[in-house]
Design a protein around this ligand. Structure first.
Ligand SMILES: Nc1ncnc2c1ncn2[C@@H]1O[C@H](COP(=O)(O)OP(=O)(O)OP(=O)(O)O)[C@@H](O)[C@H]1O
Ligand SMILES: [Mg+2]
Length: 278
């Protein structure tokens, strides 16, 4: 028996892409990206994306698998540099300065624009040493007492301190998945970044751990600018102020999160958020 699906394929949608609709630019950008193209060898994964990331806000990047969310996210702190065949064109400005200019040290850039990955990846070190790692490398503290304070403060901000304060010297890998992810957030915060990039940070976590991460994201936006990739539209709706919808490497629509989810302008956005494909 053939099962009929009412999900439409992308081919059958037959909608022509023109330009990004909505408000891709904003008044107070922390990061401005203009006409960004990304190639893996000859394969173009991102086409002419222009988007501003507003300061002290959470912007959610959504769209079907393979549409280029992670690729675009990685352009924002030059993580794409680590992929040999990857080339980035266009302009990406952090506080008005081009992050791809030759004199920009990518390691220093990644201290300003930190990243949290899908799968928690604590170092095989103690909880304390995971958080102290970045500050030590960048020489952020002058003595042990200052480092202790910074580790504690980062764990507090990441909402983990109460759970680990009696075992700071136990291995980070011994924590639960949700705790490990908060440890990775503490490690990112410890180098005092300005922007935090999160690529599906809660997709490997249970609902309770996910709720904690979402609560944390809400608090972190007071001090940081956050870009989050998520497959969960509920999550995007709960944590973000702006939402950007990607489709096959193009930025289709950007707007206030409420508007994108209740009254999208572009047909592709509407089809995605109503579950017609993705
Ligand atoms: N390291 C790589 N080498 C070659 N091609 C890649 C690489 N990473 C991604 N791509 C290609 O770039 C396109 C966009 O992939 P990307 O991972 O950015 O999508 P995504 O929206 O994050 O998808 P998902 O939701 O599944 O994580 C895809 O066609 C993918 O095959
Ligand atoms: Mg991805």
């Amino acid at each position: 028996m053939k099962v009929q699906s009412n999900r439409e394929t992308e081919d059958s949608l037959n909608i022509e892409y023109t330009d990004t609709v909505g408000q891709p630019l904003c008044d107070d950008p922390k990061i401005s990206t203009r006409n960004v193209d990304v190639f893996y060898a000859d394969n173009q994964a991102i086409h002419d994306v222009s988007l501003d990331i507003g300061a002290h806000q959470v912007i959610a990047l959504i769209g079907p698998s393979g549409c280029g969310k992670s690729t675009y996210l990685r352009t924002l702190n030059r993580m794409n540099d680590t992929i040999d065949i990857c080339r980035v064109k266009g302009q990406i400005l952090l506080d008005g300065h081009d992050i791809y200019q030759k004199k920009q040290d990518p390691v220093l850039l990644r201290a300003r624009v930190g990243m949290v990955f899908q799968k928690p990846n604590p170092f095989p070190k103690s909880i304390y040493d995971n958080v102290a790692y970045g500050p030590r490398i960048h020489g952020l503290t002058r003595n042990k007492a200052e480092l202790d304070d910074l580790v504690e403060d980062s764990l507090i901000k990441a909402g983990l301190f109460q759970e680990v304060k009696d075992r700071l010297h136990a291995p980070g890998t011994g924590l639960s998945g949700g705790q490990q992810q908060r440890l990775c957030i503490a490690r990112t915060i410890a180098v005092q970044p300005e922007v935090i990039l999160m690529d599906e940070p809660a997709s490997a976590l249970d609902p309770i751990a996910t709720a904690k991460i979402e609560e944390l994201i809400n608090e972190l936006k007071e001090n940081f600018t956050i870009v989050i990739v998520t497959h969960s539209m509920q999550q995007a709706a709960r944590v973000s102020q702006r939402t950007a919808y990607f489709h096959m490497g193009r930025l289709i629509e950007v707007g206030e999160t409420d508007q994108i989810f209740t009254n999208p302008s572009h047909e592709l956005t509407e089809k995605y958020i109503t579950g017609r494909f993705g």
